[in-house]
Design a protein around this ligand. Structure first.
Ligand code: ACO
Length: 331
């Protein structure tokens, strides 16, 4: 379909809960060390939500900042897409709860589940709704409280995740705007769905005394099997949009990848042959906030005036599913 309009990011926001858990704190919980975590992942600390915070609370704080940055009123939002694997409840959607908090009604609002690639999926969807003229200002959110679905006895996973929310408003671009979403690409390969899974709580393994006893409501991951697939799938997603737009990687000002492991980020940068100064990394502060890593990093870099108007930014992610995707924007 030929696009009727162009889409752009008109504002971003982020929210990180106050509590910080560093690697030394984790040494007291499981058999791990600050040295192992830093060397193997690049993570130093992560933010953890309080007992009374749910994903919609984090999402709300990020959304308010994004709406303000876009110079919009809340009532200008005409669609909400929340990407999360840690919703407030299995149903209704966190998007509908967020909608109530924002005082909005009678617009589409839904969650999507695409693991850590969720926000890229949400952006791809928002872009289509803007380009075909159905929506004018779509609120997209990547939000997670993985700490509440973490097995705090499993050192293979509990050191890796953090909580947080990132938001971006996708708006219809005016003809005079240089800012726009140039392209996006999303895909998935279900062959490996078991590599990263929350095994119980759904219709396959409904909640029972046994599922709780066996800790089946928490994240299970075969990290080393995902490692190589992560680099390959993000590389492919980046190459696809670069080729489709006849762009050399040299023309990209910034690369923001999913923050799951510093070694993955560095290996991808090398494979893409992009200057390492152009690769945005914040994994040391927030660890892996799943669907929130990229919108958090994007907001942080824009507010720090590192990313500036006119810059070409390539973003790529992968995650549970296994899903992967990329998005190319001019800020
Ligand atoms: N502290 C100390 N030792 C540990 C820890 C820890 N926290 N975790 C694992 N180890 C040990 C293992 O037990 C193992 O010991 P052994 O050799 O005695 O058996 C050793 O370290 C090596 O384990 P590996 O799993 O091979 O370690 P690896 O170098 O692969 O690092 C990691 C593990 C960090 C998980 C890495 O594989 C990774 O980052 N994978 C990708 C994860 C990912 O990207 N997931 C998808 C995104 S998340 C989403 O979608 C929600």
């Amino acid at each position: 379909m030929v696009a009727k309009y162009y889409a752009k990011i008109s504002g971003t926001g982020r929210y990180l809960p106050d509590k910080i858990l560093n690697n030394h704190d984790l040494e007291k919980i499981v058999d791990t060390s600050d040295e192992w975590i830093k060397q193997r992942t690049g993570m130093w600390e992560r933010h953890i939500a309080s007992e009374d915070q749910a994903s919609s609370d984090l999402a709300y704080n990020a959304a308010i900042k994004a709406i303000k940055a876009a110079n919009l009123r809340t009532k200008d939002i005409d669609m909400i897409v929340v990407a999360t694997i840690s919703p407030d409840h299995p149903f209704p959607s966190t998007a509908c709860i967020l909608m109530k908090k924002l005082g909005l009604k009678n617009i589409p609002a839904f969650d999507l589940s695409a693991g850590c690639t969720g926000w890229i999926y949400a952006m791809d969807m928002a872009r289509q709704y803007i380009e075909n003229g159905i929506a004018k200002n779509v609120l997209t959110i990547g939000v997670e409280i993985v700490s509440k679905i973490t097995n705090w006895k499993d050192r293979n996973t509990c050191v890796l995740f953090g909580d947080g929310a990132g938001a971006a408003i996708v708006s219809r671009a005016e003809t005079k705007d240089i800012s726009r979403i140039i392209d996006s690409e999303i895909t998935a390969d279900g062959t490996y769905y078991e590599y990263l899974i929350q095994p119980a709580g759904g219709s396959r393994n409904p909640a029972s005394t046994n599922t709780i006893k066996e800790n089946k409501h928490t994240v299970e991951m075969q990290g080393n099997k995902i490692f190589k697939l992560a680099i390959k799938s993000m590389y492919n997603a980046c190459e696809t949009v670069l080729k489709r737009n006849d762009l050399d990687v040299k023309s990209i000002h910034w690369l923001i990848t999913h923050q799951a492991n510093l070694r993955i980020i560095e290996a991808l940068g090398k494979k893409l042959k992009i200057d390492s100064n152009k690769v945005i990394v914040n994994i040391e502060k927030y660890a892996n906030t799943s669907s929130a890593t990229i919108p958090i990093a994007l907001d942080e870099a824009i507010r720090a005036r590192k990313i500036r108007s006119g810059d070409l930014v390539l973003m790529a992610s992968f995650g549970a599913g296994l899903t992967s995707g990329s998005i190319l924007i001019r800020v």
